[in-house]
Design a protein. Structure first.
Ligand SMILES: Cc1cc2nc3c(=O)[nH]c(=O)nc-3n(C[C@H](O)[C@H](O)[C@H](O)COP(=O)(O)OP(=O)(O)OC[C@H]3O[C@@H](n4cnc5c(N)ncnc54)[C@H](O)[C@@H]3O)c2cc1C
Length: 436
């Protein structure tokens, strides 16, 4: 019986011919050699949290869940099995007094999946996970182990840090961690224009700033996190308050409002206005991973683009006009984050300080028209799509947006000359085929 695989966002279904769950690097190498000998393709899957079909296997699927945990420690440089889930990383690092420098909104992903798509959080002075990858071990398309680090095959590192799953099967990743720290979180509502008129200052006022704008309202919810030393006093929100805020208010209310908005779309603006009143306005201090991430119980679809940071206000105002003019009722907030310029070749923040705008729709709603309009606006503002979130670009458009795209393709030719690790998504974005 064919096993059906679906991603978290329910945007992709695949029917891999077989699923392999290797328990050692040797088994991974043997699988690659077997697949190569048979002329098959082999696609690694992480936690299936990409909204694009980047992880979809149309032939053999390989799941590295068994290759997890700490594999090596050298000072702040910690080597993890590629299948380690981010929610396991904090407890694994705690005994060593270390933490990840920055994190995105959730911790369900695998280390390999997160870095391979450019997963990022927010922070004007900080980059995404890929920028902290200082080493990797992978099995290439020829079934050979390859070590890449800043001292060994160093020329490959800026490609392997964010390889889209197209360069080999990663077996370990070495992350340069930082001393464990706490975050002082301040969440409060602000006005849409109040934030956008002064967005640069707002987004760099503290270490990690992001905001959510509720369509059909004048309000944004601002979240500003300041880094504190690990020895600072914790002032967590408390289990009950946390449950009320995260599960009931944030996720529970969101689920209920999506249901009501789906049944009676005309009510969405009023529900969004209500949401701006129940969310936010709290302050707490907790371990970094507790503050960076939160559960996401309501299933949604997402598109996110990175823009030159200065383009954010104009793009967001255009998006607002587009929503108003089209008359859509958008039940999910628009999220805005920032990242520092980096030098990872396919990073959405390559070479430029970036601002991210993410649009979402509940799985109950058809996102096509809204996302298409948002994408037109983001592209007109020189945007680059998140590799793991919905977008329509192919190789030609992407090549024009990434100065080192050709170098990345050359590394792929070297490490996977026979395209063992391809799938229709990679064929589209890297080879220019329209086969999805
Ligand atoms: C609810 C939700 C919240 C999210 N929040 C954020 C956020 O805050 N910031 C952000 O940037 N993104 C966010 N994302 C997107 C998510 O971080 C990325 O899509 C990420 O890639 C998912 O990791 P995964 O382990 O599920 O990888 P998958 O989606 O399973 O795979 C992604 C890619 O990694 C490759 N891969 C996996 N394992 C290996 C391996 N061992 N060797 C080689 N290649 C491998 C796959 O082949 C594929 O190409 C979110 C997604 C969801 C669903």
């Amino acid at each position: 019986m064919t096993r059906v695989w679906r991603n978290w966002g329910r945007t992709v279904t695949a029917r891999p011919a077989a699923v392999a769950r290797p328990e050692s690097v040797d088994e991974v190498a043997a699988l690659v050699r077997f697949a190569r000998g048979e002329g098959r393709t082999l696609k690694a899957v992480g936690a299936g949290h990409s909204f694009t079909a980047i992880a979809a296997a149309d032939d053999l699927q390989i799941d590295l869940g068994a290759l997890s945990g700490i594999r090596g420690i050298r000072g702040s440089r910690i080597t993890f099995g590629a299948g380690t889930r981010l929610y396991d990383v904090a407890p694994l690092l705690r005994p060593h007094g270390l933490a990840l420098e920055n994190m995105g909104d959730i911790d369900r992903q695998t280390v390999a999946g997160a870095t391979s798509t450019g997963t990022h959080g927010t922070g004007a002075r900080f980059g995404g996970l890929a920028t902290r990858i200082v080493g990797a071990e992978l099995i290439t398309g020829e079934g050979r182990p390859l070590t890449v680090s800043d001292t060994e095959n160093a020329e490959l590192l800026p490609a392997v840090q964010l390889g889209l799953g197209g360069l080999g099967i990663l077996t370990t990743l070495t992350i340069d961690c930082v001393d464990a720290f706490l975050l002082h979180a301040v969440e409060r509502p602000m006005g849409f224009d109040e934030v956008l008129d002064d967005v640069d200052a707002q987004m760099s006022a503290t270490d990690h700033v992001e905001f959510y704008w509720w369509p059909h309202t004048e309000r944004v919810m601002m979240k500003a996190n300041t880094r504190l030393p690990g020895g600072a006093e914790r002032r967590p929100v408390g289990a009950v308050a946390d449950w009320v805020e995260e599960r009931l208010l944030s996720n529970g209310v969101l689920a209920a409002k999506c249901a009501v908005g789906h049944a009676i779309p005309a009510l969405t603006p009023a529900i969004n206005r209500l949401a701006t009143r129940v969310y936010g306005d709290r302050e707490y201090v907790d371990h970094s991973h507790e503050v960076f991430t939160a559960p996401r119980d309501v299933r949604f679809r997402e598109m996110e683009y990175a823009l030159p940071r200065e383009a954010v206000p104009s793009a967001l105002r255009e998006l607002r006009r587009a929503i108003d003019e089209a008359g859509w009722r958008i039940e999910f907030p628009v999220e805005v984050r920032v990242a520092a310029a980096d030098d990872t070749w396919l990073s959405t923040a390559y070479g430029r300080d970036s601002g991210y705008i993410a649009v979402h729709r509940s799985v109950r709603e058809d996102p096509t028209a809204y996302f298409a309009a948002a994408e037109r606006i983001f592209l007109a503002h020189d945007g680059r799509p998140h590799w793991g979130k919905m977008h329509s670009l192919g190789r030609a458009e992407l090549e024009a947006r990434y100065p080192r795209f050709g170098d990345f393709l050359a590394v792929r030719d070297r490490l996977d000359p026979e395209r063992m690790f391809t799938n229709p998504y990679l064929a589209r974005v890297l080879d220019g085929e329209r086969v999805e």
